[in-house]
Design a protein around this ligand. Structure first.
Ligand SMILES: Nc1nc2c(c(=O)[nH]1)N[C@H]1C(S)=C(S)[C@@H](COP(=O)(O)O)O[C@H]1N2
Ligand SMILES: [Mo]
Length: 235
């Protein structure tokens, strides 16, 4: 890939560096248990650890279960819009073209569902959450994110988790467009947290100064949601 050189790219890089400075200590304070550097992915993220977190079973090679609330919205890329808003200086609405014009990343990472299965080594392609955050410029006291999906689902993240390098908004999995049942055209993935923290059919990303529990979090799922710590439900 050629290095993007433009004022827009410079601005995003500078904003990302500012975010990184602001959140580095907190990001390192919440490593995945599998990875002292909280930026691993795929096999790297499993370094020195068993294949799957405690009490998980690896899904078969050809199996990727589908979990949602029973509706799978049909959002064509032409009408898809992503709104990034809330406690940020530069709220944006991105259409498909603008989203795809952002810097793209490929990563291979794992997907852990709290119901007991883990899907290992999924190759993804998409935009880093941190790129969107840099674009939107969260206010200094913004510390949380609430993701809103087209099916009405919500899930919350601390900003230091969302900013990890392997948190992506993906449009491609296994080299093909992300299937509708898995959240296409675009979903969030949070490889170091339980998969419910990644909203399928992502619609809006909201920066918040105070934490706001999402759909499962208000129903007793762990707010922190670290698979490698067997951190599943709140007490
Ligand atoms: N919009 C939306 N996103 C969602 C959910 C949902 O119901 N709606 N379920 C979550 C849960 S519990 C899991 S395990 C994963 C499942 O993703 P998959 O169906 O691609 O395996 O999506 C998460 N994201
Ligand atoms: Mo799940």
């Amino acid at each position: 890939m050629t290095e993007p050189e433009s004022e827009a790219a410079d601005r995003i890089v500078a904003a990302r560096m500012r975010l990184r400075d602001r959140f580095l200590a907190r990001m390192q304070g919440t490593p995945a248990a599998a990875d002292k550097r909280p930026m691993g992915s795929g096999p790297k993220n499993r370094h020195g650890m068993p294949q799957v977190p405690p009490n998980q079973t690896p899904a078969g090679k050809d199996s990727w279960p589908v979990l949602d609330l029973g509706t799978q919205p049909d959002i064509r890329p032409e009408v898809w819009r992503l709104r990034v808003f809330g406690a940020c200086r530069n709220p944006v609405i991105l259409d498909w073209k603008a989203f795809n014009a952002l810097e793209q990343f490929e990563d291979t990472s794992d997907f852990h569902c709290v119901t007991g299965w883990s899907k290992l080594d999924i190759p993804w392609r998409g935009v880093r959450f941190s790129t969107l955050a840099a674009l939107a410029e969260p206010e200094d006291d913004a510390a949380f994110v609430l993701c809103h999906a087209f099916d009405g689902y919500t899930t919350n993240l601390p900003l230091e988790e969302a900013l990890k390098d392997d948190v992506l908004l993906v449009h491609t999995a296994n080299g093909a467009p992300l299937p509708r049942e898995h959240g296409g055209p675009v979903r969030v993935i949070t490889p170091q947290l339980w998969a419910w923290k990644g909203a399928k059919w992502i619609r809006r990303i909201e920066f918040l100064k105070a934490d706001h529990p999402g759909f499962w979090e208000v129903r007793g799922y762990s707010n922190t949601a670290h698979p490698w710590r067997n951190d599943r439900y709140s007490h």
